[in-house]
Structure formats: structure tokens, C-alpha cells
Design a protein around this ligand. Structure first.
Ligand SMILES: [Zn+2]
Length: 205
């Protein structure tokens, strides 16, 4: 029966083809797919990149993290590669970059770009806190900039908010454990102008 059906389909193709029933792909009506495609394109192209990077985080196994610690770089520019070089050469840290994530400000990398450090990929302790407990259990996120002198960009805050939400859910970290470096250490980090309460309330915008 199946063979007969196949033969039937083939025959009808050859017979109907020349009669105009076969529609070549080029003349297929296009408008049906267009609205779906355009609806999927985010307003900001950058948003797509953030979402892509966040989706990449699903590939990494996570261990028992308890805190998310926010820092600024206290420099006007920088990137994960710049800080990695500094931490390896000047601080002589074997594992390089002390943070798990770096969020760029447009000077060194693109504005709002999330860079994933090797310490996150390998799920190893950070070197960002200066306190054993927070280096071991704290996920270190560094925003490029000096927020004693300026403020984080909107793109940085959007990326930070997305990343923090992801990490809270993925690692089951309660909101009260999303903290600033200065909460447990004598430092101004992440700067006087860092909008911590707006981040927590998700009302930055
Ligand atoms: Zn810090």
C-alpha cells in the first residue's frame, strides 16, 4: 500500500507540475512569516546580545553560591581582559581576573556588555572581596567605571539587573544577599553614586 501511495504521489507531481500546480519556492507567499520575524526583534539590538550571553550561562554547572557582590572598577575604562592582565601581573593571582563577571561601559568593551570570567566558567572562588567568606560564597560582578565620580550607564544597569535576576534564580540566592562590597568591607566600592536601592527594587528606569 505504502509503495503504491508513493508512486501515486510521484506520478501526480509529474503530471500536475507542468500544469501549474507545483509552486516553486521563490513564488511562495512571504508576508505570512514577516510579522512573526519582526515581532521577535527587540527594540534595542543590544538587548539581544545580553539575552544571548545570559542563555549561555545555562551551560555551566553551578555550585553553592550564597551572595552576589557588586563592585565598580574605580577606573574610567576597562574590560575583563584588562583586569585579568592586571590581576595576573600586578597581583600575581594564578587564576587571573578576580571577578566572575564584568559589565562594560563603552570604554574598553561595548556599553552594557556582560563578560563571563574564567572563575565562573570553572566555578572557583573569586578574589574580589578581601574577606574569605565572600570570596568563597560570593559571585563577584564588576561594573566598569568610577561611581564616586560618575554613574553607571543605563545599559550597564539593564545588564546588571538581568544578570542578577538570573543568578538569584539559578543559584537560589535571596534578595537580601545581593550586596555591595562596602556592606562588609571598609571601602566605598561600588561608589557613592551606585543606585543600589533602585537595583533591588528594579526601578532604575
Ligand atoms: Zn569592590
Amino acid at each position: 500500500m505504502r509503495l503504491r501511495l508513493k508512486i501515486g504521489i510521484c506520478l501526480s507531481f509529474f503530471i500536475l507540475g507542468p500544469l501549474g500546480c507545483y509552486v516553486p519556492p521563490a513564488s511562495k507567499p512571504m508576508p505570512a512569516t514577516r510579522p512573526v520575524e519582526s515581532a521577535m526583534i527587540p527594540v534595542k539590538p543590544q538587548k539581544r546580545e545580553e539575552s544571548y550571553i545570559i542563555s549561555q550561562l545555562d551551560h555551566y554547572f553551578v555550585r553553592d553560591w550564597r551572595y552576589i557582590v557588586i563592585h565598580h572598577s574605580a577606573s574610567a575604562s576597562g574590560s575583563a581582559a584588562d583586569f585579568d592582565k592586571y590581576h595576573r601581573k600586578k597581583r600575581r593571582w594564578e587564576n587571573g581576573l578576580g571577578y566572575h563577571f564584568v559589565i562594560g561601559n563603552g570604554n574598553g568593551t561595548s556599553d552594557g556588555k556582560i563578560e563571563i570570567g574564567n572563575r565562573w566558567k570553572n566555578q572557583i572562588d573569586g578574589a574580589h572581596a578581601g574577606v574569605e567568606e565572600y570570596n568563597h560564597y560570593g559571585i563577584g560582578i564588576c561594573l566598569v567605571g568610577n561611581f564616586n565620580e560618575s554613574r553607571p550607564t543605563s545599559a550597564q544597569m539593564a545588564s546588571l539587573s538581568t544578570l542578577v535576576e538570573y543568578l538569584k534564580n539559578r543559584c537560589r540566592i535571596p534578595a537580601e544577599n545581593v550586596i555591595m562590597h562596602r556592606h562588609f568591607r571598609q571601602t566605598e566600592c561600588p561608589g557613592r553614586n551606585f543606585p543600589y536601592y533602585k537595583l533591588l527594587a528594579n526601578t532604575y528606569f
